[in-house]
Design a protein around this ligand. Sequence first.
Ligand code: CP3
Length: 340
Amino acid sequence: MKLLRVLNGEAISPPPVWLMRQAGRYLPEYREVRGRAGDFISLCLNPELAAEVTLQPIRRYGFDAAILFSDILILPMALGQDLRFAEGEGPLLAPLRDAGALQPAGAASIYAPVLETVRRVRAGLPQETALIGFAGGPATVACYMLDGKGGGEFPRTRTLAYENPALVRAVLDILVDATIAYLQGQVEAGADCVMLFESWAGIFPAAQFREFVIEPNRRIIAALKSANPGLKVIGFPRLCGLLLGEYARRTGVDAVGLDTVTDPAAAIAACPEGMVFQGNLDPLLLKTGGAAMEEGVARLLRGFEGVPHIFNLGHGITPDVPPRNVARLMELVRGARVSA
Ligand code: CP3
């Protein structure tokens, strides 16, 4: 598998490619299955349909990796927190006030369908296509659990970090253990590597970043690697800025997913020798396409020449992306025509 070769430190040209949110509303075949499933959570918990939408972008574009179709918020739901997705509003949770309200013992039975999806996807994928399992990073998941919704500001979580750090720590501790068990389940079900989405890592000041992002990520990765020698882990500490090098050195990640703003040369300079990079084309270029996208892809490929690189976006594909632009992106990265 090209993806695993790169995660083992090899620089390959052209690089393996997959895209965050490669399964999603920009694809008509996804919208069709989503319509059949009813709501988004039902889709995540339906192994047959979730496996189908995971495989759709692989069939259409031949990506080098599939990513399990689920959501980072399935874990808090499995821990007993109410979750719903309001149309056009994103996720809504009942804001958590007491870590004691969570029920870690019951989580595995609730996320069991997700592990069944992993088994089905692995069985349905071409041998050379890697399957990426994932979870949210504990800090990011805690932001949604404590604030009850997204939006990127998370005022309640950031205030609690000063006024009631014991609550934040208790939630993070529960999430670390639950995430280890959840990802271990995904690995045993057939995931070839795993990714931690710390999408809101960048909202914390440095001292809190060390405590709430680096240390919990380190504990998860250490546990997974000791149980699964050779397992590769991708971290995505979005918007972490100058703390990227520290994150890369101290968490034990094999690869860092870079957000859109990060310059390849700066990331390479900040990280230890041998680090693998994933990213980081501006997702907006997939919407606009044309010469700007061609130039963006060429610049990115040059930026990571000679270092182990997995081609991806700096954040997820948006629903307004024309599928033909993804086909063109694949031609540009691979230097060969693909059908779409
Ligand atoms: O990348 C993939 O194709 C795999 C599946 C995946 C989804 N969400 C599917 C999804 C993954 C890896 C995620 C991660 C996720 N979920 C993150 C971290 C990455 C990031 O984007 O920062 C976060 C913060 C979430 C929480 C979440 N889920 C939000 C904020 C939303 C609403 C935004 C939106 O686009 O509506 C979701 C919903 C969601 N997760 C959708 C998909 C395909 C859209 C649901 C739909 O079909 O309506």
